[in-house]
Design a protein around this ligand. Structure first.
Ligand code: CMC
Length: 430
């Protein structure tokens, strides 16, 4: 990282602001002393021009459509690696050697079971509870079950909490699903790989043998890789902010899951699939394109647009290929949803409104179709996103805890409410 100074003119005064340059990507102006020097805050709702931290984990070039985990292009990781290798890379900064990978897989695998009392915890939920509601509650509740890994000042405890969450998230996600359909929970089977084990916990029943389809397991594993981290997005920033107060890691990740649930973020894959179902047939696409362009209509094309990508989302390309592989494996030749999706994509990519605003399909546009074909109900889509993103949240949280310059996050505001006024007793109001 290199440093230089930039000069800013504020109310006729020249202020020197240190400029910090990263390895790649835009440099930043360090405004940490701006208030002390000028009495002014900066104003940036949605943080569109604000870097909240230094990070070595993920890099996105939204204009070029590039996504790197620890410097490695997402396309290469998705093509050649598996999800646990990506987890190792995100957490430790380097690709593992064969021995490190075997050790990591073993450590994750030894933590897949959840405390047996968690089973009873589930009984308190309505059967029709949204599985994201269950995930927020259950992951937060892990801090009530694993007291021995909540001391964030202890490196070993931080590591154990990380392993626990990566390992238990599939178990909890599968339990949430099984509970919603009234089937018994299926315990993890540790001789299976991470994703086959998850498929088994979701789709096996105790009365029959279950063998995960390797094409589907590989596809889902790739989906997990694509979702594993994405820089300082809303849920990751939520995890960092929650963690900045010293909250325990389980509570921080539960906060991230809550944030992810929103339709503008992780809930978009569920919303995109619902939208495709609502459109129903290609002839109706123009009607929906018109709605999306109408300023007086709140409707947006779900699965299109991104805060950072102003080009094709690189994850969407891999996702589209994965979708076709899954549908071919399952022998689904004529999926009306896919027909609508393919045509919608073509129309939107040529439409002046979408071209001008640089609204390209994002990962969620295709992931819903793939997950549906695999047998997951729409309500589980965001849960799968949360499962995959857990490692990213943990990696970012750990990076923050280890950063000596870390402080509690405390944004300021532009106050536009009433100025100071005197209290009026109730009998004199009106
Ligand atoms: N359909 C129609 N118009 C859109 C869309 C869309 N999907 N997305 C943005 N716009 C328009 C928006 O109306 C605005 O127009 P104008 O400048 O005339 O007011 C302009 O494009 C810029 O939109 P914005 O809301 O200021 O952009 P943003 O960067 O704040 O929003 C977004 C990014 C992802 C929230 C938004 O594009 C969106 O709501 N997309 C649909 C939801 C979606 O697919 N989300 C998944 C994101 S990828 C998964 C993840 O990382 O979580």
């Amino acid at each position: 990282m290199s440093f230089s100074n930039s000069t800013l003119s504020v109310n006729g005064r020249q202020i020197e602001l240190p400029q910090k340059d990263g390895t790649i990507g835009p440099s930043v102006l360090d405004i940490g002393k701006l208030y002390a020097q000028t009495g002014l805050f900066t104003y940036d709702p949605g943080f569109t021009s604000t870097a909240a931290c230094e990070s070595k984990i993920t890099y996105i070039d939204g204009d070029e459509g590039i996504l790197l985990y620890r410097g490695y292009p997402i396309e290469q990781l998705a093509e050649h690696g598996d999800f646990l290798e990506t987890c190792y890379l995100l957490l430790y900064g380097e690709l593992p050697t064969a021995a490190q990978k075997a050790d990591f897989d073993y450590r994750v695998t030894r933590h897949t079971m959840v405390h047996d009392q968690m089973n009873r915890f589930f009984q308190g939920f309505r059967r029709d509870a949204h599985p994201m509601a269950i995930m927020v509650a259950c992951v937060g509740a892990l801090s009530a079950f694993y007291h021995d890994s909540t001391d964030i000042t202890d490196e070993k405890q931080r590591m154990v909490a990380s392993m626990r969450m990566i390992a238990k998230m599939p178990t909890l996600a599968a339990m949430a699903y099984k509970y919603s359909i009234g089937q018994p929970f299926v315990y993890p089977k540790n001789d299976l790989d991470y994703t086959s084990n998850f498929l088994r916990m979701c789709f096996a029943v105790p009365c029959e043998e279950y063998h995960a389809n390797p094409v589907l397991a590989r596809a889902l594993d790739r989906i997990f890789i694509l979702h594993a981290d994405h820089e300082q997005n809303a849920s990751t920033s939520t995890v960092r902010l929650a963690g900045s107060s010293g909250a325990n890691p389980f509570a921080c990740i539960a906060a991230g899951i809550a944030c992810l649930w929103g339709p503008a973020h992780g809930g978009a894959n569920e919303a995109a699939l619902k939208m495709l179902e609502e459109i129903g047939r290609p002839e109706r696409i123009p009607e929906y394109i018109a709605k999306a362009k109408d300023k007086n209509d709140p409707f947006r094309l779900m699965g299109f647009g991104h805060r950072v990508y102003k080009n094709y989302d690189p994850r969407a390309r891999i996702m589209a290929k994965t979708t076709h592989e899954v549908l071919a494996e399952l022998g689904i030749k004529d999926d009306p949803l896919l027909d609508v999706a393919v045509e919608l994509e073509q129309i939107a990519l040529k439409d002046e409104y979408f071209v001008e605003k640089k609204l390209y399909p994002n990962i969620d546009f295709y992931s819903g179709i793939t997950l549906k074909a695999m047998g997951f109900p729409t309500s589980m889509f965001t849960v799968l996103f949360a499962l995959a993103r857990t490692v990213g949240w943990i990696g970012q949280w750990a990076e923050m805890i280890e950063d000596p310059s870390q402080k509690i996050g405390r944004p300021r505001q532009l106050y536009v409410g009433p100025p100071k006024r005197e209290y009026v007793s109730i009998s004199q109001r009106g």
